[in-house]
Design a protein. Structure first.
Length: 310
């Protein structure tokens, strides 16, 4: 894990505790993105990333992948419609037997610049009904953390998706690609759906089953595989790599580096996998973003608690 962000590990434990205090504790579940569904697929690189990175899964050989689509809510019983942000975690099975993770969500910016801000904002949710953020009340904290405004405005405007397969997913954090000559290039990832983007109107959402996204994917996969194009955004000299609350320049270069085909749901797969955004192979390095490094520690704590049925 590259890019020393000087993250205090104890903050990660505090963050997980705050989430539990706000939303409750659900033994065996993740502390965020609690309810999810596993699928398997194949990722096929197109070679466009080869000049930028020596990462094995971005060359010219297809690799198996495990995909987890999820709700962002820490409460597993929350209906799909309640938490508009969805997650897409992909574990690439590398040719050498190791794995690499890419975690993305349906919002391109994060609401906290530092782990300290994350803990403070999460703690603010304590007074929220049913442990879910009250966006109107949250406006009060913007005076303290004005950098959160862009992400929270996006969150307010988000609608529930028609399908996990009709969302665009963003890595939020920057990473560095490293090529054979050792040159580093800042990038961000985005998954673009083959099916196009599709959201639901509020009146449509009200009619849907609490787990309508799971049902929709099951029906969709009966018709054939679900596909996503993997793009990378090329960072410019003025695009920050250490702050996930700031958008990169609009005229950034975008390159398609591969394609993911999702074939079927994994019914018997125990949801014990750990997806870690800092679990990356040679040829990719973490950026200086402190939230990225903070997630490594927080995910490890969450994983330990849920695998011990806590």
């Amino acid at each position: 894990m590259e890019g020393n962000a000087n993250v205090k590990p104890e903050l990660a434990s505090e963050a997980v505790n705050v989430i539990e205090n706000v939303a409750g504790t659900y033994p065996g579940y993740r502390r965020a993105h609690a309810r999810g569904y596993m699928y398997e697929g194949i990722f096929t690189p197109n070679g466009n990333a080869s000049p930028l990175t020596v990462a094995a899964h971005l060359q010219d050989e297809s690799v198996p992948a495990i995909i987890r689509f999820s709700n962002s809510s820490p409460i597993p019983s929350h209906p799909d419609a309640i938490s508009p942000v969805k997650g897409m975690a992909v574990k690439f099975q590398l040719p050498n037997g190791e794995a690499s993770d890419l975690i993305a969500v349906t919002i391109p910016l994060f609401f906290a610049k530092t782990p300290e801000a994350f803990v403070d904002i999460a703690d603010f949710f304590k007074s929220a009904k049913d442990g879910f953020p009250n966006l109107k009340e949250l406006a009060k904290i913007l005076l303290k953390y004005p950098e959160s405004k862009a992400s929270l405005q996006m969150l307010k405007e988000m609608r529930s998706p028609a399908s996990f397969s009709t969302c665009q997913y963003y890595s939020i954090h920057a990473f560095y690609f490293v090529n054979a000559e050792g040159r580093r290039q800042a990038i961000k990832y985005e998954w673009v759906p083959d099916a196009g983007l599709s959201m639901l109107a509020k009146e449509e959402v009200a009619k849907r089953h609490p787990e309508y996204l799971n049902e929709e994917m099951e029906e969709r996969l009966k018709q054939g595989p679900v596909g996503f194009k993997l793009n990378i955004q090329i960072g410019g000299v003025n695009d920050p790599t250490d702050d996930s609350t700031i958008a990169w320049s609009e005229d950034k270069q975008v390159i398609t580096v591969g394609h993911l085909m999702i074939s079927n749901k994994i019914e018997s797969f125990a949801d014990h996998l750990l997806f870690d955004p800092t679990n990356i192979p040679a040829g990719i390095e973490c950026s200086e973003d402190p939230i990225l490094h903070f997630r490594h520690h927080a995910y490890a704590i969450s994983y330990d608690r849920r695998t011990h049925n806590q």
